[in-house]
Design a protein around this ligand. Structure first.
Ligand code: AMP
Ligand code: MG
Length: 338
């Protein structure tokens, strides 16, 4: 299959909408990461997402909408608090998990009786949803397990020849996936951290819990509240290690490794800390900046063909929780105290 390269100009957005209506797969920009979209109400189209990504069948997808009125049809029950969340965070990088309606194909919910819904703020994403005339199921547009794509080039690196088209809307602003919040638990629960932080959710909800799988490793036999959390994720081919401690401790540890096979992900301004190649991934106190560059840096390290990636461990404050969550999974929980 030849993958069409589309721009975000109006005629190309219409083409993307037509392809989606026909049941094809189109990668689309969103403010978080690029999504691999299909008509969410077409089970056969959605099944192709799993095939193109090599995604495990039991990992459900997020349904993307452009208007709040679309929630009604997709869900069995809309809790009143959804309006407050929508007022505060939609359109934007918050996904809510609700009881699903019969319209949702099993392929989308992966057999669960819930559905994850998000209204993205990216103008191209919204235009494409409207052009398709249907909600779009879309996981990240990467090969399963690889770092999520934050540019159209990342998408093509993984999926060229496997999908009908990619719409190039430039680099993603947020850089990590949406916050996933379940409204099906007694107390609303963060299943995956993102730009919308637990503190911001607490302001609106008055109560919120963070699932233990956000920073911990699930036991092999544990049932994940969010099935995606049990998989190795966001991982480049090189082995990733998080080094927790001072800049000096980091430098000593990394400099003892073979420089030509190693890359260090450092905070901005620390490029001269070590002998091996470095990739700055944001300022030390700026988790939003770190999130924006993280996946691009992990992919860059792979392009260089290095064996080991050492990362300065970021703080878990605010949006840092999302950055740390992705890094822990990329590193398969290898954290070394230095
Ligand atoms: P990704 O598509 O790559 O952003 O992955 C979507 C994330 O949303 C995964 O971590 C899924 O496990 C999670 N998710 C999707 N639907 C549900 C659901 N119904 N309940 C809980 N988590 C969900
Ligand atoms: Mg993903």
């Amino acid at each position: 299959m030849k993958t069409l390269r589309l721009t975000n100009a109006a005629p190309d957005i219409r083409t993307a909408g037509e392809l989606l209506k026909q049941g094809e797969l189109v990668a689309i920009p969103t403010e978080t990461v690029y999504g691999l979209a299909a008509d969410a109400l077409n089970g056969a189209a959605v099944e192709n997402i799993f095939r193109a990504k090599g995604r495990p069948q039991d990992n459900p997808l997020i349904v993307h909408i452009a208007d709040l009125s679309q929630v009604e049809d997709l869900t069995a029950f809309v809790p009143p608090v959804l309006q407050d969340l929508a007022d505060a965070f939609w359109p934007g990088p918050l996904t809510v998990v609700l009881e699903k309606s019969d319209l949702i194909p099993d392929e989308v919910s992966a057999g669960l009786d819930t559905v994850a819904i998000r209204m993205p703020s990216h103008k191209d994403a919204r235009a494409i949803i409207r052009a398709a005339g249907t909600p779009l199921a879309a996981p990240s547009a990467n090969t399963s397990g690889m770092p999520s794509p934050t540019t159209a080039e990342h998408v093509l690196h993984d999926l060229d020849g496997k999908i009908a088209a990619v719409v190039d809307g430039g680099p993603c602003e947020v850089g990590v996936e949406s916050t996933v919040l379940s409204l099906c638990t007694r107390v609303p629960r963060v299943l995956r951290p993102g730009k919308v932080t637990p503190d911001e959710l607490f302001e609106v909800l008055g109560q919120v819990e963070v699932d233990e799988a956000v920073l911990g490793r699930l036991a092999d036999d544990a049932v994940a509240a969010s099935p995606g959390m049990k998989y190795k994720h966001y991982s480049p081919k090189a082995e990733v290690y998080l080094l927790n401690g001072s800049a000096k401790g980091f430098a000593e540890y990394v400099n003892a490794r073979p420089a030509e096979e190693t890359v260090a992900l450092v905070f901005d301004g620390e490029e001269d800390l070590v002998r091996c190649r470095t990739l700055p991934f944001g300022a030390e106190g700026d988790p939003a900046g770190q999130a924006e560059h993280l996946f691009d840096d992990l992919r860059q390290a792979d392009d260089w063909g290095v064996k080991e990636i050492y990362v300065r461990c970021p703080s878990d404050e605010g949006m840092g929780l999302a950055v740390l969550n992705r890094l822990l999974r990329a590193a398969e929980y290898r954290v070394i105290e230095v």
